[in-house]
Write a protein that binds this ligand. Sequence first.
Ligand code: IPD
Ligand code: CA
Ligand code: CA
Length: 283
Amino acid sequence: MASPTNKSEFIPATTEIAREAGALLMEYFHQHVKVEYKGDVDLVTIADRKSEALILERIRTRWPSHDILGEEGGLVDNNSDYRWYVDPLDGTTNFAHGFPVFCVSLGLEYKKRLVAGVVYDPTRDELFTAEQGRGAYLNQERIHVSKIANLAESLLATGFPSLKRHKNPNIFFYHQITLHSHGVRRAGSAALDLCDVACGRFDGFWEFNLNPWDTAAGVLLVEEAGGMVSDFSGVAFQLNSRETVASNGLIHAALLREFEAIFEGKGLEELPNPAEYARIRGK
Ligand code: IPD
Ligand code: CA
Ligand code: CA
């Protein structure tokens, strides 16, 4: 059995698995598969299921004693110190609509600490890898978070939940931070958003209610690229945290101050009233 001192053995094999699953996703992507609903707007396709089945089969063959938590299949509990977090298709809504922003995300924990993460974007052939203490890489080139030190000059990303969306206040966060930065993107794959923080394309990212399979690999990538990940109160991120904020570290405190102010209802920018706007439209 692998020991924590020879962790690097995980990256080559995990990369192979992620690439194989990514190739399978691309086959289905070109076929415009049927969409099923797990909930309100929580979608699933045959591609999610087949990708997860393939990944689970490969993990079990290589590391039969490990635990696996997969989004579609739930927990395989072998009482192991190792646990895989598998998102076989992160960005299902994009995938189902033919919008090419999605990935495979595989994170590995040893004794509750993230030790390896692989995110593969098959649409751009971009492979993000990280190992605890050994840095983060994009297609084998070392990556680092950005050096932007002001929120006002930052480009950020967020996402909106597909479950209980009527209960979620993120639109206020989106509005406020859009007006206080260069902009906020909502691309639809949390794992890729985190990778884009790791490689400096985004300066920060936040989201409510992500699951461990969304975050495990991407969080390690951000940390190994020199960034910071916490909950909205600044408490060190845990896989069961219901809030995720990741950044280059330099804008982290400013982002947390924004969140605190929003929760307290302080300094909220006024939303233009559509009825009033309609009266002056075209004038
Ligand atoms: C979703 C994506 C999306 C995020 C949602 C996730 P899925 O994962 O990461 O960006 O906003 O909260 O559920 O369902 O496509 O694997
Ligand atoms: Ca996901
Ligand atoms: Ca998924």
